[in-house]
Write a protein that binds this ligand. Structure first.
Ligand SMILES: [Ca+2]
Length: 80
């Protein structure tokens, strides 16, 4: 994974819960999560990464945050 660059402006993430990312469509960056074997993985798509050209959302994960433990997350858990 390459270094992340700051977004060009104050972007708003669309929380899509445990739904899969979809490719194309442009629009706002997407935020999702999944629970896997005692971990909760938060994934983002639509974050500009150095050399990736991966902005706007393209269905490919740009960044992940892994939490230890299994959590049910909602949009209220994030500053979107
Ligand atoms: Ca992406």
């Amino acid at each position: 994974m390459s270094d992340l660059l700051p977004p060009p402006s104050d972007l708003t993430f669309e929380f899509i819960g445990t739904n899969a990312f979809t490719d194309g469509g442009g629009g706002e960056p997407h935020l999702r999560y999944e629970v896997l074997e005692g971990r909760t993985i938060i994934q983002m798509d639509g974050i500009r990464a150095a050399g990736s050209g991966a902005f706007p959302p393209d269905g490919v994960v740009d960044a992940e945050i892994e939490l230890i433990g299994e959590f049910v997350l909602t949009a209220a858990n994030f500053l979107l």
